[in-house]
Design a protein around this ligand. Structure first.
Ligand SMILES: Nc1ncnc2c1ncn2[C@@H]1O[C@H](COP(=O)(O)OP(=O)(O)O)[C@@H](O)[C@H]1O
Ligand SMILES: [Mg+2]
Length: 280
């Protein structure tokens, strides 16, 4: 972690606000203006892992190239004098996990639908550039406006984002080794195919995770929970979601759409365009 007072380019560190798997997020200030920012720094021990460093640099590059109203804005990036790379982000201290917790776990159906539309919009923009997020969950959704009826969210954490070659794909990315079989993602939000072959998934895992998030915002809990990863895996692979938990919480059209987003087979899930159109 960076000590308070540490200088990072034209910013100064105030305090650490989050400890991640491979990096820390700090609150910082622009020295000249006093403007608050977030400074994400890779842990020094990960700096020797080429794959982790490549992912971090790719995240910085993608955030700086892909401007979108519902994507967190990166204001700069670089490398500290002693090695670790950093990304400076706009300061958005509240995430959707906290908003849900303070609201008793659920949001009114209209607020949930609004959040889903905004996320579907930014995910579609990522997919158009050949990027799959792969780690959509409330802690990776930052809240820019909190007022009920006017919630505004921004997607964060492209740390697990996967690049798929193709037309319009973002270029000059660093290659990320696909060796190893480490599970990538967060159990409650991982599509069946992501459990089985996490490195070769496509954009439809983001549709599934968005379905999980929508279900959670309506029901107050994700469709599948369990004490261990293997319990979660079996449920995602084999068990139908408890759709009855959504009854009375959202219109029939919404419930049908969520059900399709949670289909086990990727080809049966709706496209993000269909989600945006509210089509079932
Ligand atoms: N721009 C930001 N402003 C304020 N807090 C942030 C910002 N970005 C991330 N955070 C906080 O730090 C946490 C970890 O950041 P994230 O980008 O998700 O990294 P990780 O890859 O470690 O999960 C987030 O869940 C959030 O609480
Ligand atoms: Mg995260």
């Amino acid at each position: 972690m960076l000590a308070p007072g540490t200088r990072v380019g034209e910013y100064v560190i105030v305090r650490r606000v989050a400890v991640g798997a491979t990096g820390d997020v700090h609150e910082g200030r622009q020295t000249a203006s006093g403007e608050p920012v977030a400074v994400k720094v890779l842990h020094p021990e990960w700096c020797v892992h080429a794959e982790v460093v490549a992912r971090f640099l790719n995240e910085a590059q993608a955030l700086q190239e892909l401007r979108h109203p519902h994507l967190v804005t990166a204001v700069s990036s670089g490398v500290l004098a002693d090695g670790p790379p950093f990304i400076v982000l706009e300061w958005l201290p509240v995430d959707l996990h906290q908003v849900l917790a303070s609201a008793g776990g659920r949001l009114p159906a209209e607020d949930g639908a609004r959040v889903v539309r905004q996320l579907a919009d930014v995910l579609a923009a990522l997919h158009a550039k050949g990027l799959v997020h792969r780690d959509l969950k409330p802690a990776n959704v930052l809240v820019a406006r909190r007022e009920p009826g006017a919630l505004e969210v921004k997607l964060a954490d492209l740390g697990l984002a996967k690049r798929i070659a193709g037309e319009g794909a973002l270029r000059s990315a660093l290659p990320v080794s696909t060796a190893g079989s480490a599970l990538l993602g967060t159990g409650e939000f991982m599509a069946p195919e992501q459990w089985v072959r996490s490195k070769s998934v496509d954009s439809r895992v983001d549709v599934y995770a968005l379905g999980v998030l929508w279900f959670q915002m309506l029901a107050g809990r994700p469709p599948f929970t369990g004490p261990e990863q293997k319990d979660l895996m079996f449920q995602h692979l084999l068990e139908p979601p408890a759709l009855h938990l959504l009854e009375g919480r959202a219109p029939e059209r919404t419930r049908a759409l969520v059900a399709r987003m949670l289909e086990k087979k990727p080809e049966r899930r709706p496209s993000l365009a269909e989600v945006l159109a509210g089509r079932t």
